[in-house]
Design a protein around this ligand. Structure first.
Ligand SMILES: *Cc1c(COP(=O)(O)O)cnc(C)c1O
Length: 443
């Protein structure tokens, strides 16, 4: 058995996984595939998922008592780390006053004010319960407002499990090899045009041919769902210009990148304003909450101000708005983004040299605290290149890190995230662990 040193203590690596295995066997009798969301099932790396007991700051603890440095952060939301005492206290305060009313609360306006102040293009916002709901509603609004049917999306971009967007939808779908889901009818996806991300030529051709029929273009302004793929600046500018020229609604799906890459999201980083923005993940502070917002004249077409239907029994839920608003206030006041950038650089450099030292073809792509170590020998601009990665190598890398107490995303096509609690020491431990794992794989 190998030995790993954490904080000066010598600890045997990876005790048992017995309890997780038992929990998974039980869950498989009850839930399809034993999970409530496929990304949790370790399908891309083989083996069985680890069941979690609790999280604390940068750490996850599984039910067998193993501790991991967490690099998924609940797939994005936990930018402050797990169980931040200020967020927990806000949730508690809200909970004792009642968990849902089906009537308006001031907390909804407080969160809305924070969102509108943060995100440059948002003048009005509607709160929903998930990222999927946000994108689904934004698409409906784009169609309702333009009276057009077609939607452009980009391959490898994931926008939640919205029927019309479940075409070439990145990580989960790509990993499972089902780019089109059964149950999505031809009629539903017929109006979805799928283009290659960062491909200006393809975009121009699509607008030349269909421009006046395109209701909306939806994209992850920085893609996280085929691994981290930043946009070419001229590509974003072209998308904006074509949407303006053709009266098409430009939707930035900032569910992953909102409050992550910058307090104002990707649009603040690149200085490009979409017409609509979808939010999720961080905006709910770890509770189920999403949002879509944008220009007032567009948003005012949503019921009851306008005619585009959209509703939700639990929308603007008091617990979720408390967690979200507290998280946003902390991010606004403490602005951890320069620190996250520094730590990101350190981790990216470390992972790149760990791969290089072992002669492994790789690219590290990163914006702030989201990044991917791609096992491939070319820059990744879109799904075409992402698809050339060495998935088998990734699986070994993933399990090697688990053995050493580092919990990375369980797919080559997911970005890793870290939090403002991930110290220099933890980043360096992670790099050491990656170096050991890659050396072992290559020897
Ligand atoms: C996670 C994600 C979604 C879906 O959000 P859910 O809350 O899982 O429904 C949509 N778009 C992007 C870019 C995402 O990363």
């Amino acid at each position: 058995m190998s030995i790993i040193t954490i904080k000066g203590l010598t600890k045997t690596m990876m005790q048992s996984r017995t309890r997780s295995e038992q929990a998974f066997a039980r869950a498989c009798q009850l839930l399809p595939g034993g999970v409530n969301s496929p990304a949790r099932a370790f399908g891309a790396v083989g083996g069985k998922p680890l069941f979690m007991d609790r999280g604390e700051g940068p750490y996850l603890f599984d039910i067998d008592g193993n501790r991991y440095i967490d690099y998924i952060g609940s797939w994005g939301p936990m930018i402050l780390g797990h169980a931040d005492p200020r967020v927990i206290e806000a949730i508690h305060q809200a909970a004792v006053r009642g968990t849902s009313f089906g009537a308006p609360t001031e907390a909804e306006s407080e969160l809305a004010e924070l969102i509108i102040a943060a995100v440059p293009s948002i003048q009005r916002v509607r709160l929903v319960n998930s990222g999927t709901e946000a994108t689904m509603s934004a698409i409906r609004l784009a169609r309702g407002a333009t009276g057009r049917a077609k939607i452009v999306k980009f391959s490898g971009n994931y926008h939640g499990h919205v029927d019309s967007l479940l075409v070439s939808a990145g990580s989960a779908a790509a990993t499972l090899g089902v780019p089109d889901s059964p149950g999505v009818t031809e009629g539903t996806s017929r109006d979805t045009l799928v283009l290659e991300f960062n491909d200006a030529q393809a975009l121009r051709e699509a607008f030349d041919q269909f421009g006046n029929q395109i209701a909306g273009v939806i994209l992850e302004p920085i893609v996280g769902n085929m691994g981290c793929v930043p946009p070419k600046n001229e590509f974003l500018q072209l998308v904006r210009a074509l949407c303006t020229r053709y009266g098409t609604v430009l939707i930035f799906d900032d569910v992953m990148t909102g409050f992550r890459v910058d307090y104002g999201g990707a649009q603040a980083l690149y200085g490009i304003q979409p017409d609509l923005t979808t939010l999720g993940k961080i905006v709910g502070g770890g509770l189920p909450l999403g949002a879509y917002g944008g220009r007032a004249d567009l948003m005012d077409q949503v019921l009851p101000a306008g005619k585009v239907f959209q509703a939700g029994t639990l929308s603007g839920n008091p617990l979720a708005t408390a967690a979200g608003a507290t998280t946003l206030r902390i991010l606004r006041d403490e602005a951890p983004y320069a620190f996250l950038e520094q730590q990101g650089q350190r981790l990216a450099n470390g992972l790149a040299s760990a791969a290089a030292e072992n002669g492994i073809a790789h690219r590290v792509q990163r914006i702030g605290s989201m990044m991917t170590l791609f096992f491939c020998n070319q820059d990744v601009f879109g799904w075409r290149e992402a698809n050339t990665c060495d998935r088998a190598l990734f699986a070994k890398y993933f399990w090697g890190l688990i053995e050493r107490g580092v919990y990375m995303p369980c797919s080559q096509f997911e970005a890793l995230f870290f939090s403002s609690c991930h110290s220099v020491e933890l980043i360096d431990q992670t790099i050491d662990a990656a170096r050991q794992v890659l050396r072992e794989i290559c020897s």
